[in-house]
Design a protein around this ligand. Structure first.
Ligand code: TZP
Ligand code: MG
Length: 214
């Protein structure tokens, strides 16, 4: 499968995003059809050290069972230690060149971009995919930049050519289809799945929205 297809319904989550047990939420989301997962353990009450590593390993095993790639946010050492399938880095994290040097050859390396320039640079630097946003207002990331809107997303699509692109920030069932229309290959969400009453149906409904192309 190509990375573009893995981006269709991309769940990002850490233990503090969940109302219920994060392993339960992840398993429900996997059963509901998510196509990629990123372990993003940060912020208030986030696990560290051995606890973080243990949760990462458990999540990786779950993802394996569903044949869904497991990525780690920011923490390149952890990604290598637990045998992740890839890493996602932001603009303030380790540069892609250095990440590539340290990681296995086939590692998926995703990069965040909050504007056109960052997206173009990430594409030229060889990112496997770009995570662009926030597209809409989000309550999940407190230091998120100003939303780029569907117009900003469409402009990024135009300027990065064929580089796989996933949208992030404030994406829910009601706006997921518009995001795909604007040129994203997929949607990435935190709260729309991890904060929902039923992660399985939330994942299914989001996936359905990504397939409504004319
Ligand atoms: N980066 C840009 S917005 C965001 C991240 C990690 C948070 C997305 O969370 P939600 O709940 O899907 O809006
Ligand atoms: Mg980061």
């Amino acid at each position: 499968m190509h990375i573009r297809q893995f981006l269709q319904v991309y769940l990002i989550m850490g233990s503090n995003n969940c109302i219920e047990n994060p392993l339960y939420v992840l398993e429900q989301a996997l059963a509901g059809g998510i196509t990629l997962f990123q372990f993003r353990e940060k912020g208030r009450g986030a696990k560290t050290g051995a606890d973080k590593q243990k949760l990462a390993l458990q999540m990786k095993e779950l993802c394996r069972r569903y044949h869904v790639p497991f990525l780690v946010n920011d923490d390149v050492d952890l990604a290598i230690e637990v045998g992740a399938d890839g890493i996602h880095v932001g603009q303030e994290d380790e540069p892609i060149e250095s990440v590539r040097r340290r990681c296995p050859k086939n590692f998926i390396v995703g990069v965040s971009a909050t504007n056109v320039q960052e997206a173009v640079e990430a594409g030229s630097a060889g990112a496997d995919y770009i995570g662009a946003g926030p597209v809409f207002v989000t309550a999940t990331k407190h230091d998120a930049k100003t939303p780029i809107g569907l117009e900003g997303l469409a402009e990024i699509r135009r300027l990065i050519g064929n580089t796989p692109l996933v949208a992030i920030g404030g994406i829910q069932e009601k706006n997921a289809a518009e995001v795909i229309k604007a040129g994203a290959d997929g949607i990435s969400v935190i709260s729309a799945i991890s904060g929902s009453e039923n992660a399985l149906t939330a994942a299914q409904q989001l996936k359905h929205q990504t397939m409504l192309t004319e």
